[in-house]
Design a protein around this ligand. Structure first.
Ligand code: HEM
Length: 509
């Protein structure tokens, strides 16, 4: 008797389904994934991640090795934490890992991934990087803005002079400096002043930037367990939406003003980076159209990237030095010998100040602004160190661990700038022991500006003042804890007392 045709179809369908399931199962079993802790259902390994994720991950990699697989909820995460692994991810297989994961922060705070930092690998992002290289951060453009950096730094030094002998919160002065520098370079003026016509006060704007950095670095549970995303258990998405409204209001105002200035002016010459971006947005030959959202996203990236990171680094540097007075002495001896006491340090003096450069490198080794860089995302399957890394894996390179690797650094927990003297290690993405700006295609495009601001401000803060802790506080009692976000600032801002060390006229008195 012939079997009814529906039964044959049903049997064939069931067999195919079984085959698909079994082949998937075998493929998965065959995949040789990096070692790592066993994940729990639903949460994966999120239970192992504390408030300072780079430190939790550092402890785990001590157990599982330099390439390790974790699961955050349902997402696979691979962590590289040695020089060799950093090279594999950022150099040898750079193009495979040149994308970014899609997360709530990119969606809600950067115009649906229209900025540079969170935009996925592709023509839009490639064009953005070309704009950075050719237009925004070209040597010529950065040089043309040197007068702005000098004016703003002098204003801060003058302000510190006026506060001599009284306790100051250093980060406030440093954030003002970098915000003013970056505002004038990117936006053409300080949009954030205390006047009544100002769209936002400097204090409010700094709070917005702090919030932006924090929300761009947090582990948002909804990103990793998508089916509970709508609950927004930590309240981060709500905060992102509120923040993006505030930034949008500000950026809309900036763009309207710039457009009004350009309108009807034949052969208008760009005066700042927003002008450059608006001109690019008008360019019909551009490979991918740059829309208003993109101009706003890029502008926000430039302000954020340029403001927080340098202030955080200089605050760490001075804090470390305050714990070690002999290093202050060594730095000021170098400054007195090379610069003298009759003038301020200029950017062109930096190559003659190896000890100052060494302090900056040592600070970036011990306190990298982005300890695990910004997450990368694999675009295709790849094999690293004999392990399979499937497409769609999120990758962290833990530079914090690399900076503390005892096989690379003697006494890695000690702040010793001398370790860099006479050693040819730089921070520009070529030496994988020290990667404060990352490396490869996604490396920080603003690194030369960042370095200029950090080196010049640190050199002048040391040149102009002696530094002390307030109220006879002992150096060993200075709190050196950190908080985690997209940047890693001191948990408790440094309070210090400065006294001038140069003749009065140098301070412009
Ligand atoms: C101390 C100063 C700075 C530090 C330590 C720093 C650090 C970093 C790091 C670690 C990355 C991620 C690299 C990677 O994924 O491999 C990055 C990316 C980025 N930085 Fe910086 N940065 C600094 C200054 C700046 C400045 C001054 C700007 C702009 C004005 C800037 C804009 C950006 C942008 C737009 C990206 C995203 C690049 C991309 O995804 O293609 N940064 N930065």
């Amino acid at each position: 008797m012939e079997a009814p045709s529906w039964a044959v179809y049903a049997l064939a369908w069931l067999l195919s389904l079984a085959l698909v399931i079994l082949s998937g199962h075998f493929r998965r079993r065959r995949a040789n994934l990096p070692p790592g802790p066993k994940p729990w259902p639903i949460i994966g390994n999120l239970n192992l991640i504390g408030p300072l994720p780079h430190r939790s991950i550092h402890e785990l990699s001590k157990k599982y090795g330099p390439i390790m697989q974790l699961r955050f909820g349902s997402r696979p995460i691979v962590v590289g934490s040695s020089v060799e692994m950093a090279k594999q991810f950022l150099k040898i297989h750079d193009i495979t890992f040149a994308s970014r994961p899609k997360m709530a922060a990119g969606k809600y705070t950067t115009y649906n991934y229209s900025d540079i930092t969170w935009s996925p690998y592709g023509p839009y992002w490639r064009q953005a990087r070309k704009m950075c290289l050719m237009e925004l951060f070209s040597v010529k453009r950065l040089e043309s803005y040197e007068y702005i950096r000098v004016e703003e730094l002098r204003a801060v030094l003058k302000g510190l002079y006026a506060s001599s002998g009284k306790p100051i919160v250093l980060k406030d002065h440093l954030s003002t400096l970098s915000l003013n520098v970056i505002s004038r370079m990117v936006l053409g003026k300080k949009y954030t002043d205390e006047s009544e016509t100002s769209i936002v006060t400097p204090g409010e704007f700094k709070k917005m930037l702090d919030e932006l950095f924090l929300l761009n670095g947090v582990v948002n549970i909804g990103d990793y367990i998508p089916w509970i995303d709508f609950l927004d258990l930590q309240g981060y998405v709500k905060r992102m939406k509120i923040l993006s409204k505030k930034f949008d209001k500000f950026l809309e105002h900036v763009i309207d003003e710039h457009n009004a200035r350009r309108q009807g002016v034949e052969g208008y010459v760009a005066k700042d980076m927003v002008d450059v971006l608006l001109q690019l947005a008008d360019d019909p030959t551009l490979e991918v159209k740059l829309h208003r959202e993109g101009v706003k996203g890029f502008t926000q990236d430039l302000i954020a990237g340029g403001t927080e990171s340098s202030a955080v680094t200089v605050e760490w540097a001075i804090s470390e030095l305050l714990k070690r007075p002999e290093m202050f002495k060594k730095a000021t001896e170098e400054l007195d010998r090379v610069i003298g006491r009759e003038r301020w340090v200029e950017e062109k003096d930096i190559p003659q100040l190896p000890y100052i450069q060494a302090i900056v490198k040592e600070t970036m080794r011990m306190h990298p602004v982005a300890p695990m860089l910004v997450p990368r995302f694999s675009r295709e399957d790849c094999e690293i160190a004999g392990y399979d890394i499937p497409a769609g894996t999120e990758v962290f390179v833990n530079t914090w661990t690399i900076g503390r690797d005892p096989t690379l650094w003697d006494a890695p927990d000690e702040f010793r700038p001398d370790r860099f003297i006479g050693r040819d290690i730089d921070v520009k993405g070529q030496d994988f022991e020290l990667l404060p700006f990352g490396s490869g295609r996604r490396m920080c495009p603003g690194y030369s500006l960042g370095l200029k601001v950090i080196q010049a401000s640190l050199a002048n803060l040391l040149q102009g003042f002696t530094w002390n802790l307030p109220d006879k506080m002992k150096p060993e009692n200075l709190n050196m804890e950190e908080i985690f976000g997209l940047s890693t600032p001191k948990k408790i801002p440094l309070v210090a007392v400065v006294e001038p060390r140069l003749p009065t006229h140098v301070y412009g008195q």
